[in-house]
Design a binder for this molecule. Sequence first.
Ligand SMILES: C[S@@+](CC[C@H](N)C(=O)[O-])C[C@H]1O[C@@H](n2cnc3c(N)ncnc32)[C@H](O)[C@@H]1O
Length: 373
Amino acid sequence: MPFQFNFTIEDHLEDELIPLEDGALALDFSKESSVSERQKGKHSDKKSSTEQFDLLQDLLWEHQSGGNAAPSQDTDHSLNGTNSLSNLEPYEKKPCLRVAKEHALPKDLKKVLESKVIETLPGLQHVNISVVKTILLKDNFSGENIISKSFSSHSDLITGVYEGGLKIWECTFDLLAYFTKAKVKFAGKKVLDLGCGSGLLGIMAFKGGAKEIHFQDYNSVVIDEVTLPNVVANSTLEDEENDLNEPDVKRCRKSKVAQELCKCRFFSGEWSEFCKLVLSREELFEKYDLILTSETIYNPDYYGPLHQTFVRLLGKNGRVLMASKAHYFGVGGGIHLFQKFIEERNVFETRTLEIIDEGLKRFLIEMTFKYPS
Ligand SMILES: C[S@@+](CC[C@H](N)C(=O)[O-])C[C@H]1O[C@@H](n2cnc3c(N)ncnc32)[C@H](O)[C@@H]1O
């Protein structure tokens, strides 16, 4: 896989991680250093309020996972620590709350790709997608430095803190191949890449002429450092390839690129929070024709908010195209459990589009409203 990550780890945090039963990692709050030292460390730097907000959210979750319940901002979506979840049925467990926000597209698009190495993704037939090699330095994402821990600890996820968006997951490639094979039409559609990570599904829709594409990821650092640069790399690169020398023509082309990019909007945050944000804004309110989502059903605790997101944001004749492994060892979710959940709710019907039976068994499914009217 050509997608690479190089991290600088804060050494003093290195031995604070403890493994949880589900294979995820949490910070050990029995050690005295944790929150206060990290807060001190952060506050001594002159960080932006956004970064401090992200940090606060990380710390809130971390505090919870240590078994110390903290009051939530929203009682409907309270932060639930590992211990407090144990009395609930799997589907009633609620994920932690990470407030949603929109990420503006920077005015200077060149800056987005500054110090990024861009390469074309190999192995994709009929489609040419560029990705940035992500080099995340400590100073660049202090608000979510917990993410670097997952890589240093060889863990792909830290439940409720980092949900895996920095890496491109296998099923994304299955869904990309399906788009080509099935000639999925994006032109004129409003599309959501839910749990986008690298954003390749949304980028495919962007290239296919979708009228509007929204990208959502749990972690703001994923949106800033991976999704957004990938989207920009797949627009400005084309512009550069035209090698226009006339300054006026060049300016005109540039503004066309910027116009194209205005079709893309970027959001971070937990799913129910993302829904709240979208539904609270009139200009975002038009529902999606297509929701694309890959490897987002690994954790049964998230099925409630995920299902609600589909219910609330999918247009009545819209469809969800989902890619997933049959089973996620260690976390417990998988396609059969999710389909059972959907059946019990009786809102959507599902159709299997493809089963990929090599290595870990993988599925592509479609979801549409059972009663669209
Ligand atoms: C395993 S990653 C998959 C990333 C990408 N779709 C891929 O296939 O490469 C799962 C993604 O789902 C999103 N996600 C998982 N749980 C979430 C939650 N409770 N709220 C919001 N987003 C969540 C995260 O943004 C994360 O990037």
